[in-house]
Design a protein around this ligand. Structure first.
Ligand code: SF4
Length: 543
């Protein structure tokens, strides 16, 4: 993919979109948003070494936002992104429909309720005047329909919310998805229930849950203070222990805002490496201005805006220069390469999971960690992935490479002197197995191979930036790797959370008004105002 700057694109006007959302809610007619979501022309341009998006609406004026604090990083990621394939998801959402991409994750929101009330929350949990908590019959229909989504039969299902552990339908939903044949079932959680009820993780695993995305926004309690409770780091480390002991794979999910917790990206990575036997990856998600931040001022937005180039720069600084932005990061879609390679080497075109083509909106950096010493080295330091791909994909990404040529290309791309101490070329098959098994459940014994405990473990550090009204790119939205399964069809994560579809769907299909819910079902606990979350036993976090 080329990276041309400047270029014209289609984006959304925040003012027009908000008016369309309000009208759709008032009229109860979602086609208002479908037909006129507020598309405007925009320009992406380079300015003073950064990349910005600028757009003008005749009615609401000019909007400008930062896409990357480093234009060279932006180009590196865009130029390496892989093209997508046509997709087939249900529902028509007009210009914001998902038309391409692999649908790497399908989100199933189980409730709008949460036991926290974080200062920033893109879905405004506990902040709206009604509750949307689908009954099991609705969830069953969403999951049944997800089986028909294409091109991926091997899609990840992510149960989310709000806090999904508050929904009584969580375990039945996991069981049903498991019975349908979905293999990779995850839950996004703040970890409170997993910490408070040690047996709950086991129940989730028994129902078929594969792993959790555990919200962790730093490596100490102070870094979590803005989430409302006083001891959340301790709570989350307890949740991590319980999840690991129950057999769940844990990925740390870190929301990062500039000036709020971006000083924690290095310490969080360090925490992950120290806990390598319990943590299998780290997902950094820069803040999206939606939900509680929907009405953010321009100044506040530009102060807290955090791009993937910022993440790469901060991680370089906070790891003493070990992680190089222009050497160690690739676009998220490039992980598809490993799935393709696995298929080719097995001479078997099993359906594989990819991460779509979010262009500059998704990145990853693979690290190789010595599981005994915890020393780590970025893969990019000792393996030239660009060169390897060039040598084996001479006839394009859909043509099978010859196995002998692939091995020779790998040897040519390996710099033994830069590799981790004790790492030899013979250790590569184990790393390759980990890569392939993580994106392809057709690879036999994928759960063990994906996370096997050899001397060296691959840790994938991901950066995934979801679009909001200010940086929205309609073309990229069409290729969204993450869709949300709703009563109105499968909607891209950005269109759902950033462009108003969530408000429309949750209002239209609300379970009850908040007052009625509280009267008939009772209030749930919300930990706020710096209270301590009660957890009976807190254990050491690192062994
Ligand atoms: S944990 Fe915080 S960010 Fe997540 S749903 Fe609850 S309130 Fe929102």
């Amino acid at each position: 993919m080329h990276s041309h700057l400047p270029r014209n694109i289609e984006s959304l006007c925040p003012g027009c979109n908000s008016e369309a959302v309000a009208l759709a809610i008032e009229s109860g007619d979602s086609s208002v948003l479908k037909n006129a979501p507020g598309v405007v022309r925009a320009e992406i341009l380079e300015r003073d070494g950064t990349v910005v998006m600028r757009k003008a609406c005749p009615k609401h004026g000019i909007f400008e936002d930062l896409l990357a604090s480093d234009a060279n990083f932006f180009r590196r990621i865009e130029e390496r992104a892989w093209a997508t394939t046509p997709g087939d998801f249900s529902g028509d959402h007009g210009a914001l429909s998902v038309r391409e991409g692999t649908g790497g994750f399908m989100v199933v929101d189980l409730t709008t309720r949460c036991n926290l009330k974080c200062a920033r929350c893109f879905m405004d949990a506990n902040g709206i005047g009604h509750v949307h908590e689908p009954d099991f019959e609705t969830i069953r229909l969403l999951l049944d329909r997800a089986k028909a989504a294409r091109p991926n039969a091997d899609i990840n299902i992510l149960f989310s919310g709000g806090e999904p552990t508050l929904s009584p339908n969580l375990l039945p939903a996991i069981s049903h998805a498991n019975a349908l044949g979905f293999k990779r079932l995850y839950m996004a959680t703040n970890g409170i229930k997993l910490a408070q009820e040690p047996d709950f993780a086991g129940a989730c695993h028994a129902a078929g849950l594969h792993g959790i995305l555990l919200q962790l926004d730093g490596a100490n309690n102070a870094a979590h203070a803005y989430l409302g409770a006083a001891n959340l780091f301790d709570v989350k480390t307890e949740a991590l222990s319980n999840a690991h002991n129950a057999g769940l794979q844990v990925t740390l999910q870190v929301t990062v805002a500039n000036g709020v917790n971006n000083d924690q990206v290095g310490p969080t990575l360090d925490f992950a490496i120290k806990n390598i036997r319990r943590v299998f990856g780290v997902l950094f998600q820069p803040i999206m201005f939606a939900g509680r931040d929907h009405g953010v001022t321009d100044d506040d937005r530009l102060t807290r805006r955090y791009t993937l180039a910022d993440l790469a720069a901060d991680l370089r600084m906070q790891t003493d220069g070990k992680l190089e932005p222009l050497r160690d990061w690739w676009p998220g879609s490039r992980f598809q390469f490993f799935a393709q390679l696995g298929n080719f080497l097995r001479r078997n075109e099993t359906a594989s999971i990819g991460h779509g083509d979010p262009g500059h909106f998704g990145t990853f950096a693979p690290l190789v960690v010595n599981t005994r010493t915890r020393q780590w080295v970025p893969l990019g330091r000792f393996f030239n992935l660009d060169s390897f791909e060039r040598q084996i994909l001479t006839e394009g990404p859909t043509t099978a490479p010859d196995l002998a040529r692939a091995i020779q290309a790998a040897r040519n791309s390996f710099s033994a002197g830069e590799a981790p101490s004790g790492f030899t070329f013979e250790d590569f098959p184990s790393l390759l197995n980990q890569c392939i098994a993580r994106v392809n459940t057709g690879w036999g014994d994928w759960e063990r191979r994906g996370y096997e405990d050899g001397n060296f473990r691959l840790v994938i550090v991901q950066g995934l930036w979801f679009q909001d009204l200010f940086n929205f790119d309609v073309r990229i939205n069409r290729t969204s790797p993450v869709v949300v399964a709703t009563q109105e069809g499968e909607i891209s994560f950005a269109a759902y959370n950033g462009a108003g579809w969530r408000q429309v769907v949750e209002h239209k299909f609300q379970t009850a008004g908040l007052a009625e819910w509280n009267r008939t079902r009772g209030r749930h606990t919300i930990y706020a105002n710096h209270v301590m979350v009660p957890v009976s036993s807190l254990t050491a976090t690192s062994k």
